[in-house]
Design a protein around this ligand. Structure first.
Ligand code: AMP
Length: 214
């Protein structure tokens, strides 16, 4: 099962992708996570990407297409994958279909998580992640039992540099200008499903499972 998750920043793509990984065993491929890891490792790509990420802008297409090209060829993608945060532009979508075509593969479902922007600022600015295991929390909606400490592994929780209000607003603008169009791009193909991403997490997941199992 080869999946794409679309939706604005904070729509829950990463959370749902992790749940799908847990149930179906296919890997979550988040270009944002790969770029943040590259930055942590201080690779030239990570250092270059930081300027764009901190400004709430998209990293150039050639960089993220290169990441996806390498990642999809890894052994764990054989049974399927979930693309979380890629593609974000029509050029990336076209490059992806070219890459998959060369590999004799195709996308089985494009799931677009629709959430109104007014709900998203609070979701994003309150988001916290474990440095150690990647578990996600929210200071209001799903807080850790002990502030700043992961319930699962005891790791330290951190806030992403780009989850501050000013950068979040820039990220929405970029989404509207460059990524929202992907809905129309994919809806022509018949494998596109738009679902209510504002529903409770478990309900959203149930809907995703129905689409995957259909
Ligand atoms: P995310 O973790 O998906 O919210 O991505 C965080 C940031 O990484 C974005 O605001 C972009 O700067 C960059 N990024 C992630 N994925 C892409 C992509 N497919 N195209 C361009 N930039 C990306």
């Amino acid at each position: 099962m080869n999946l794409i998750f679309l939706g604005p920043p904070g729509a829950g793509k990463g959370t749902q992708a992790k749940m799908v990984t847990g149930r179906y065993g296919i890997p979550q491929i988040s270009t944002g996570d790969i770029l943040r890891q590259a930055l942590k490792d201080k690779t030239p790509m990570g250092v270059k990407a930081k300027e764009f990420m901190d400004a709430g802008k998209l990293v150039p297409d050639d960089v993220v297409i290169g990441i996806i090209n390498d990642r999809l060829r890894e052994g764990d993608c054989k049974a399927g994958f979930i693309l979380d945060g890629f593609p974000r532009t029509v050029a990336q979508a076209e490059a992806l279909s070219g890459l998959l075509g060369k590999m004799g593969r195709q996308i089985d479902a494009v799931i677009d998580l629709a959430v109104e922007e007014r709900f998203l600022v609070e979701r994003l600015t309150g988001r916290r992640t474990c440095k150690n295991c990647g578990m996600g929390y929210h200071i209001t909606f799903s807080p850790a039992s002990k502030t700043g400490v992961c319930d699962k592994c005891g790791g330290e929780l951190f806030q992403r540099d780009d989850d501050n209000e000013a950068t979040v607003i820039k990220r929405f603008k970029v989404y509207k200008e460059q990524s929202e169009l992907l809905g129309a791009h994919y809806s022509a193909g018949g494998r596109y499903r738009k679902i209510d991403g504002a529903a409770p997490m478990e309900q959203v997941f149930k809907r995703i499972v129905e689409i995957i199992d259909a």
